[in-house]
Design a protein around this ligand. Structure first.
Ligand SMILES: Nc1ncnc2c1ncn2[C@@H]1O[C@H](COP(=O)(O)OP(=O)(O)OP(=O)(O)O)[C@@H](O)[C@H]1O
Ligand SMILES: [Mg+2]
Length: 367
């Protein structure tokens, strides 16, 4: 088979990571006639429940990685904290989509903000902070407009973990130990009117398709709801879309890319500021499963398999609500609710702050 030929149904797609994103990718892949082989470290891996095969091994188990690569036709990931050495090893054996560069950039907040800035995309003021002694200078730079600041670990942060808000000298003294004293960046806090994300898919042939922009609300640092349509003007949505395309093109990206943006102000003149990227399907795209012709999961698998991208057209309005921790106990009522579509992740144990499922509440499209 030519290296760029689309993978035929029956091919095996390897997914790195075994969480709910991998699970939903595996289900989309199955609908397209593919088989999925999950590679994940041992633990609670709900993706393995719906996969054809699984390898449970450490990210640095190169013998297991070698056997996995031999068993699959293309590889993708549902999790951006896979060691770059692991990704490089796999990419030398089978097509890895998205590629190593997207993964490496997204693993480090300094790299992703620098990339956005280099592309001329507005970002919050930021400064790297590699040691406690650098925090004072960074505060002067980032805080000169009088806004509070937020210290974030450069690596491994998710769901608002590894972050400390700094409004005072006392906060500043506590912030460095609070984030674990690891390399960080200090950012200005943006008094945003709303948060949105761009869900952009780029195919192996460079074709780009963008989903409608969702508006995202967070609770305790964790995504709570994504609402579509977002309360933004068409002009602003187009500007957001252009940012997503620009980044996907720069990275030579193949797959679904999420770009989180802050909106400052209202209307067409509102400012858009880059927050971060996720080189994978994203929680703020879970509504696409029930409100669009093709979901973010299918779109991602299509790109990975070298298929033409699908039509991301939205046929319904939707609010996606995450079920965090004990929220899942409401499943009987949610299962009975008209217009609601319930998605549960099959995780063995519910813990506070853990994403257990989501519900998509659908209404006829308003416009
Ligand atoms: N500079 C900022 N100004 C204002 N709010 C911010 C800023 N940075 C982060 N936040 C708030 O905290 C949330 C989480 O921050 P961020 O996306 O950087 O971290 P994360 O841990 O990677 O989150 P997630 O995994 O939910 O995407 C943001 O969505 C936003 O609500
Ligand atoms: Mg985020």
């Amino acid at each position: 088979m030519a290296p760029d030929a689309p993978l035929p149904p029956g091919s095996v797609i390897g997914i790195l990571g075994g969480g709910q994103l991998g699970r939903m990718l595996a289900m989309a892949a199955a609908e397209m006639g593919f088989r999925v082989h999950v590679f994940a470290p041992p633990g609670d891996n709900p993706a393995t429940d719906v996969a054809h095969a699984s390898t449970l091994a450490a990210w640095d188990d190169f013998a297991a990685l070698d056997a996995f690569a031999a068993a699959v036709d293309a590889i993708t990931y549902e999790f951006e904290n896979i060691p770059v050495a692991t990704a490089e090893f796999l990419a030398s054996r089978k097509p890895l989509r998205p590629g190593v560069r997207a993964l490496a950039v997204a693993q480090d907040r300094l790299n992703e903000k620098t990339l956005a800035q280099d592309l001329g995309i507005a970002v919050p003021l930021f400064r790297p902070v590699d040691a406690a002694a650098e925090l004072a200078e960074a505060r002067t730079f980032v805080g000169h407009t009088g806004r509070p600041a937020i210290l974030k670990t450069r690596r491994l942060g998710y769901d608002g973990k590894g972050q400390a808000v700094i409004r005072s000298d006392a906060d500043a003294a506590a912030a460095w130990p609070a984030i674990g004293g690891v390399p960080a960046i200090l950012e200005e806090m943006i008094p945003f009117t709303r948060e949105i994300s761009v869900l952009v898919a780029r195919g192996a042939d460079g074709t780009v398709r963008v989903f409608d922009v969702p508006e995202n609300r967070h609770r305790h640092g964790i995504l709570d709801t994504s609402t579509v349509p977002a309360a933004v003007t068409p002009g602003l949505a187009r500007r957001a879309e252009a940012i997503g395309r620009r980044i996907a093109e720069e990275l030579g990206y193949v797959g679904l890319l999420a770009v989180e943006l802050f909106v400052e102000g209202e209307g067409d003149d509102a400012k858009l500021l880059f927050n971060e990227i996720a080189p994978r399907v994203h929680n703020s795209g879970h509504w696409t499963t029930d409100a669009c012709l093709v979901s973010q999961f299918e779109q991602h698998i299509r790109a990975v398999a070298g298929w033409p991208l699908g039509d991301p057209r939205r046929h319904s309005d939707v609010v996606m609500t995450n079920l965090i921790g004990a929220d899942i106990d409401a499943w009987p009522a949610l299962a009975a609710e008209p217009g609601a579509r319930l998605h549960l992740y099959g995780k063995a144990e519910s813990r506070p702050g853990r994403k257990m499922g989501h519900v998509n509440r659908i209404r006829p499209r308003s416009g």
